[in-house]
Design a protein around this ligand. Structure first.
Ligand code: R5P
Length: 279
C-alpha cells in the first residue's frame, strides 16, 4: 500500500504515511499555459490511498487526475475536507445538488471513501461505495486540554451543530451548550447560550467549519458583553476565507484553531491518527 496526495493535502498525507508506515508517492504538478493541471506520479501501486481536500475546483480536478493514474489499482479515497457538501439539497428550483454531483464522480471505481466531519452525513450515500465519516472529537478534545482552561464551556454556534460540541465535551467531562439567537426587534438580535451562564468562564466555540468567521465573530461580541473571561474558537475545517482569521482576532478571540484537514498556520491538531485507524 502507498499513499499519494493532491497539492492541497501534502502535510496530512505525509502524517498518514508515517502513521501507517507506508511510502508516499512523489508527484510533480504543473500547469499548462492555458491553466490546465498536469501531474506525473511515480510508479503505479497495487493498493493506493489518494488523499485530497476539496476547497477549490482545482482540488477536485487534481483528485480526478490521481484517480485516473491509478485506475487499475485498489483505491481508498480520503477526502479530509469535502467542499460542496454544504449544498446537500436542492434548496431552490434550478439548483444542483452539488454534494451528489461531486460524490458520484469521486466514488466511482474506488473501494472506499473516508471523509472527516463532513458537513452533512447524508451526502455519503452519493458516493455509491463504502463510505465512512470520521469525527475528530478526540484530537479536538486533546487540543483543548493543552489550552489549560479552567472548567471550559464548549459551545456550538447553533442547536443543529451541537452534536460535535457534546461529543468533545463528554471526552473532557466539560459543560456544553449551544448558542441561541433571539430577535428582540427588527434590528436587534441577542445571541446567548441556551441555558448556561457564561460570566467569568473560559469558553470554546466549536464548529465544523470556520468559513468567513462571521458566525463566531458575532457570537464573540455578544459573549464578551455577557462577561466571558476568555474566548477560544475551533473549527474542524479552517476554510478561513475573506479575512476570517483577522476578523476573529479583532473580535478579541484568544486562540483560533483548526485541524490539518485544510493545512493552515493555525492547524493545531491532526486528522492522521483518526483516519489511519480506518485505512
Ligand atoms: C454552516 O452550516 C457551518 O456549519 C458553519 O457554521 C459555517 O460554515 C460558518 O460560516 P462562517 O464562518 O462564514 O460564519
Amino acid at each position: 500500500m502507498k499513499i499519494i496526495s493532491t497539492q492541497r493535502s501534502q502535510v496530512l498525507a505525509s502524517r498518514l504515511a508515517a502513521a501507517l508506515n507506508i511510502p508516499i508517492i512523489d508527484a510533480r504538478w504543473q500547469k499548462f499555459p492555458d491553466g490546465e493541471i498536469y501531474v506525473r506520479a511515480e510508479s503505479p501501486a497495487e493498493k493506493v490511498i489518494i488523499c485530497g481536500s476539496i476547497l477549490t475546483s482545482d482540488d477536485l480536478v487534481e483528485l480526478l487526475l490521481l484517480k485516473d493514474i491509478y485506475n487499475d489499482s485498489d483505491i481508498s479515497l480520503v477526502i479530509p475536507y469535502m467542499g460542496y457538501a454544504r449544498q446537500d439539497k436542492q434548496f431552490n428550483p434550478g439548483e444542483p445538488l452539488s454534494a451528489r454531483a461531486v460524490a458520484q464522480v469521486l466514488g466511482r471505481d474506488v473501494s472506499k471513501v473516508l471523509t472527516v466531519n463532513v458537513h452533512e452525513k447524508s451526502v455519503l450515500k452519493y458516493f455509491n461505495t463504502k463510505s465512512t465519516d470520521i469525527s475528530l472529537s478526540i484530537p479536538a478534545a486533546k487540543f483543548i486540554e493543552t489550552l489549560s482552561l479552567e472548567n471550559p464551556l464548549i459551545l456550538s454556534p447553533d442547536e443543529g451543530a451541537h452534536n460535535l460540541a457534546k461529543e468533545v465535551a463528554s471526552i473532557g467531562n466539560w459543560n456544553t451548550d449551544y448558542l441561541q439567537k433571539t430577535r428582540m426587534s427588527g434590528d436587534h438580535v441577542i445571541i446567548e447560550p441556551k441555558s448556561v451562564q457564561v460570566q467569568g468562564r473560559d469558553v470554546v466555540i466549536l464548529d465544523d467549519i470556520i468559513s468567513t468567521g462571521g458566525t463566531q465573530a458575532t457570537a464573540a461580541s455578544m459573549l464578551f458583553k455577557q462577561g466571558v473571561r476568555s474566548l477560544h474558537t475551533i473549527g474542524i475545517h479552517g476554510v478561513l476565507t475573506s479575512g476570517a482569521y483577522a476578523r476573529l482576532t479583532s473580535a478579541g478571540i484568544s486562540s483560533i484553531s483548526c485541524s490539518d484537514t485544510i493545512e493552515r498556520a493555525c492547524s493545531t491538531f491532526t486528522a492522521a491518527g483518526a483516519l489511519a485507524k480506518y485505512l
